[in-house]
Write a protein that binds this ligand. Structure first.
Ligand code: IPE
Ligand code: IPE
Ligand code: MG
Length: 272
């Protein structure tokens, strides 16, 4: 079946260019305010299909192009010494797409892992997959587990890849795991607080999301990180994901540095 489909739409071949981790004093980072960087950035990588259709190509061509962008943005995040980068690769709603596109994407994730695994490891990246992983093809699940194990002791950027992820689904799974603990007598209902919920989420161990970036013009969350983005800043751009460059990423960082994050309080006088 897969072979037949791939015969029709072409195999997912991952190619990347030779962008390297930018140094602290790289001209790319000239405008960066190092004291006011977000620690956890989340990206809704949107617009692959529109990018491809804009040049008369099939949507899948856009997904392949998007992989290159991801690699460069991960390298930039490493250069910026971000604590975590969480990217939305496939939502619980994306199963509604044509079977051929879904198959292509699953194949692309697998190829990406195969090709990039060693380099990510050398870059000290700690990869982690979030979402309903058990709903993915068995061979992909195995690759994901192996990648996580390989990089589990790395100390660099936490790279969370959301695949078959939905914020509501994540909350459902979290509530289920907490209820099981209550039923087992490990926890009283009154003890459930924000910390308990946070530690039941797929992102446990990560800092809250400081900044959500969405490419391609739409301004919505599409079920991404509903809990984690409670106090996040948002940055939108019309640029489609395959055209999103490290310079665009830096532009978002510079914009973020100028924001006044009050968290319901008042601006501290010294920050005015
Ligand atoms: C984002 O690009 C990638 C995935 C959702 C897998 P899209 O495929 O949503 O591209 P558009 O939004 O249709 O242009
Ligand atoms: C969100 O994009 C999901 C990912 C980027 C993986 P969609 O393209 O699926 O979102 P909608 O349908 O425009 O809300
Ligand atoms: Mg889209």
């Amino acid at each position: 079946m897969i072979k037949k489909i791939l015969g029709k739409i072409g195999r997912a071949v991952v190619t990347t260019d030779d962008f390297t981790i930018p140094a602290h004093d790289s001209p790319l980072f000239a405008e960066i305010n190092w004291k006011k960087l977000p620690r956890h950035v989340a990206i809704i990588m949107d617009g692959n299909g529109r990018w491809a259709q804009g040049q008369g190509a099939m949507r899948t061509v856009g997904h392949t192009a998007g992989v290159k962008t991801l690699k460069n943005i991960l390298k930039t995040a490493i250069g910026l010494k971000l604590d975590a980068l969480t990217v939305y690769a496939f939502s619980t709603e994306n199963w509604k797409r044509p079977h051929t596109e879904v198959e292509f994407l699953m194949n692309l994730f697998s190829e990406y892992l195969k090709k990039e695994l060693q380099e990510m490891h050398e870059d000290n990246v700690r990869i982690h997959f979030i979402g309903r992983i058990e709903g993915l093809p068995a061979s992909l699940q195995k690759q994901m587990r192996e990648a996580e194990e390989l990089m589990q002791d790395n100390t660099g950027v936490k790279f969370n890849v959301a695949v078959n992820y939905g914020g509501q689904d994540e909350l459902v799974r979290s509530v289920q795991s907490i209820v099981r603990r209550v039923q087992a007598g490990e926890l009283a209902a009154e003890q459930i607080d924000e910390t308990v919920i946070e530690s039941a989420l797929d992102t446990q161990g990560n800092l809250p999301v400081d900044l959500v970036i969405r490419t391609s013009g739409d301004q919505r969350l599409s079920n991404f990180l509903l809990w984690q983005a409670a106090y996040a800043e948002f940055w939108f751009t019309d640029t489609n994901w395959p055209d999103f460059t490290p310079e665009c990423f830096v532009e978002a960082m510079v914009d973020y540095a100028g924001r006044d994050r009050r968290f319901g309080g008042l601006t501290k006088p010294e920050e005015k």
